[in-house]
Design a protein around this ligand. Structure first.
Ligand SMILES: CC(C)(COP(=O)(O)OP(=O)(O)OC[C@H]1O[C@@H](n2cnc3c(N)ncnc32)[C@H](O)[C@@H]1OP(=O)(O)O)[C@@H](O)C(=O)NCCC(=O)NCCS
Length: 200
C-alpha cells in the first residue's frame, strides 16, 4: 500500500469510500455531487490537504482530508462557492429536508470548530477506509501521513472533531495514535462532539 497526494482522477473513488464508510452521516445525506465538490476543494484550494491510500492493485482504499488553516479555508470556500454547494445539496434537501436545512444553516457559519486557545492549528476533517479494508492498519498509516503534512507546514498541533456518543471505536483509534480530548461542545442541532488534539 502506498500513500500519496490525491489527484483529480481520484475524486470519484474518494467519494465512493466516503459513501461506504460514513453510512448515515450528514455529509453522506447531501449526496455524491456535494461530496465531489467538497473533496475537490480540499484537493485544489489553498491550505487544503487531501491524501489517498492506494492498494497494490492501484485501488483507492482510504483517504484523509482537511486543512492547514481551518478558519481561512472554510470562510474562503463559503465566499467563493456557496451557491455551487447549495445547488449540489438540493438532492439531499429533497430527501431529508428538515435535517439538511438545519445543518446547512450551521454550515453557513462553520469555521472548522477550532480550539479557542489555538490559532495555528491544522484540522483533519475526515479520514476513512473502505469497510472491506478496515482493521488492516490503513487508517493508522493515513493518519501518520497526514500528521507528516501538518508537521511539514510547521504547525504545532492537529485537531479533529468527532461524536461523543456511540463512537467509542473511533475515539479509541485516535487515542491509540496519541490524541487527547481537548474539549467538548454541542452543535446547534444538539449533537454532542469531542474535540481531539495532538501536539507535535
Ligand atoms: C476509523 C477508521 C479510519 C480506522 O481505520 P482502520 O484502517 O480500520 O484502523 P487501523 O487498522 O489502522 O487501526 C489503527 C489502530 O486503531 C485501533 N482501532 C481501529 N479500529 C478500532 C475499533 N473499531 N475499536 C478499537 N480500536 C480500533 C486498532 O486496534 C489499531 O491499534 P494499534 O495501533 O494499537 O494496532 C476506519 O474504521 C473508518 O474508516 N471508519 C469509518 C469512518 C470514520 O468513522 N472515520 C473517523 C471519523 S472522521
Amino acid at each position: 500500500m502506498d500513500i500519496r497526494q490525491a489527484t483529480e482522477q481520484d475524486v470519484d473513488a474518494i467519494v465512493a469510500v466516503h459513501l461506504a464508510a460514513f453510512n448515515g452521516f450528514f455529509l453522506t445525506m447531501l449526496g455524491p455531487s456535494f461530496l465531489r465538490g467538497l473533496y475537490r476543494a480540499f484537493l485544489h484550494r489553498q491550505h487544503g490537504i487531501l491524501r489517498v491510500a492506494v492498494s497494490s492493485e492501484n485501488t483507492i482504499v482510504g483517504f484523509a482530508a482537511g486543512t492547514s488553516a481551518p478558519q481561512l479555508f472554510f470562510s474562503q470556500l463559503r465566499k467563493d462557492k456557496w451557491f455551487s454547494f447549495l445547488l449540489r445539496a438540493i438532492p439531499g434537501m429533497l430527501k431529508n429536508p428538515v435535517i439538511v436545512v438545519k445543518k446547512l444553516y450551521y454550515a453557513a457559519f462553520y469555521k472548522g470548530d477550532r480550539p479557542a486557545s489555538l490559532s495555528d492549528v491544522a484540522l483533519l476533517s475526515s479520514i476513512a477506509v473502505s469497510p472491506d479494508m478496515a482493521g488492516k492498519a490503513v487508517g493508522k498509516a493515513l493518519l501518520a501521513d497526514y500528521e507528516q503534512q501538518v508537521k511539514a507546514a510547521e504547525l504545532p498541533a492537529l485537531f479533529l472533531t468527532t461524536d461523543k456518543f456511540g463512537n467509542d471505536n473511533v475515539v479509541a483509534f485516535y487515542q491509540r495514535a496519541g490524541y487527547q480530548i481537548e474539549s467538548e461542545f454541542t452543535q446547534p442541532d444538539g449533537r454532542q462532539m469531542l474535540r481531539l488534539i495532538k501536539y507535535f
